[in-house]
Design a protein around this ligand. Structure first.
Ligand code: ADP
Ligand code: AMP
Length: 214
C-alpha cells in the first residue's frame, strides 16, 4: 500500500504516519526527517537545505525529488510506504507519478489531515522534538514523561527553529500557495481522502483505519 500524507505543517501528518507505519508494517518516509538528519551530520545537502528550512521555505525540487526517489527504490519499500511531507509541490507529485507509472504502480491513498490555520499556530508552538531520534511531543497534548526529555532515548527535547511563530506563518503561506493544490491533483486521481485533524490523535487514527481497512 502506497500512502501520501497531506496537510498543513503541524496538522499531525508525522504523528499519523508513524501510527500507520506501525499498524501496517510500512516504512515511514519523512523528507523533513531526512533533511534534519543531514543537517545534524553536517552534509552538503544538509547545509543547503537548512538555508531554506530556517526561513520556512521549501527546499528546491531538484534537491528533494532525488533523495525521495532514491529512498523509495530501496528494498524495504517494495510492499509500499507512507510518505510524510512529500510531495509538497505539483512538480514533485508529477515526478513521483511518472516514476510510479514506469513501474506500473500508483498511489493508493492521499490522506489529507485537515486542520484550520488558527489551530496550527498554537500546535506548533507546543511541539517539541527529540534531537536524537526525531520523536515528537506536544507540551499539552502529548507531553513526555519527564519535562524536556525524550521518553525513548532520554535526550533533550527542543523547539524546532522552524516552529517559531514568525516562521510558522511563512510555512502556512507556502503551504497554501504551493502544497494545497495537491488536494485537487489527488482528487482528480480518485485517491484523496480527508480526515478531521482537529480531534484527538487516536480518533484521527481511527478515521484513517476506517479508510485503509483493518
Ligand atoms: P506534521 O508532521 O503535520 O508537521 P506533527 O505530527 O509533528 O505534524 O504534529 C504537530 C504537533 O501537534 C506535535 O506536537 C504533535 O504532538 C501534535 N499533535 C498531532 N496530532 C494531534 C492531535 N490530533 N491533537 C492535538 N495535537 C496533535
Ligand atoms: P517537515 O518536517 O515535513 O515539517 O519539513 C520541514 C521542512 O523541510 C519544510 O518546511 C521544508 O523546508 C523542508 N521540506 C520537507 N519536505 C520537503 C519537500 N517535499 N519539498 C520541499 N521542502 C521540504
Amino acid at each position: 500500500m502506497k500512502i501520501i500524507m497531506l496537510g498543513a505543517p503541524g496538522a499531525g501528518k508525522g504523528t499519523q504516519a508513524k501510527m500507520i507505519a506501525d499498524k501496517y508494517a510500512l516504512p515511514h518516509i519523512s523528507t523533513g526527517d531526512i533533511f534534519r538528519a543531514n543537517i545534524k551530520n553536517g552534509t552538503q545537502l544538509g547545509m543547503e537545505a537548512k538555508k531554506y528550512m530556517d526561513q520556512g521555505q521549501l527546499v528546491p525540487d531538484e534537491l528533494t525529488v532525488k533523495i525521495l526517489l532514491d529512498r523509495v527504490a530501496q528494498e524495504d519499500c517494495k510492499n509500499g510506504y507512507v510518505l510524510d511531507g512529500f510531495p509538497r509541490t505539483i512538480p514533485q507529485a508529477e515526478v513521483l507519478d511518472e516514476a510510479l507509472t514506469k513501474l506500473g504502480e500508483s498511489i493508493d491513498y492521499a490522506i489529507d489531515v485537515d486542520v484550520p490555520d488558527e489551530n496550527i499556530v498554537k500546535r506548533m508552538g507546543g511541539r517539541r522534538a527529540c534531537v536524537m531520534c526525531g520523536a515528537t511531543y506536544h507540551i499539552e497534548h502529548v507531553p513526555p514523561k519527564a519535562e524536556g526529555i525524550c521518553d525513548r532515548c532520554c535526550e533533550k527535547l527542543i523547539l524546532r527553529d522552524d516552529d517559531k511563530p514568525e516562521t510558522v506563518k511563512n510555512r502556512l503561506k507556502v503551504y497554501h500557495d504551493q502544497t494545497q493544490p495537491l488536494i485537487d491533483f489527488y482528487t482528480a486521481k480518485g485517491v484523496l481522502r480527508t480526515v478531521d485533524g482537529t480531534v484527538d490523535m487516536n480518533d484521527v487514527f481511527a478515521a484513517i483505519v476506517s479508510i485503509l481497512g483493518e
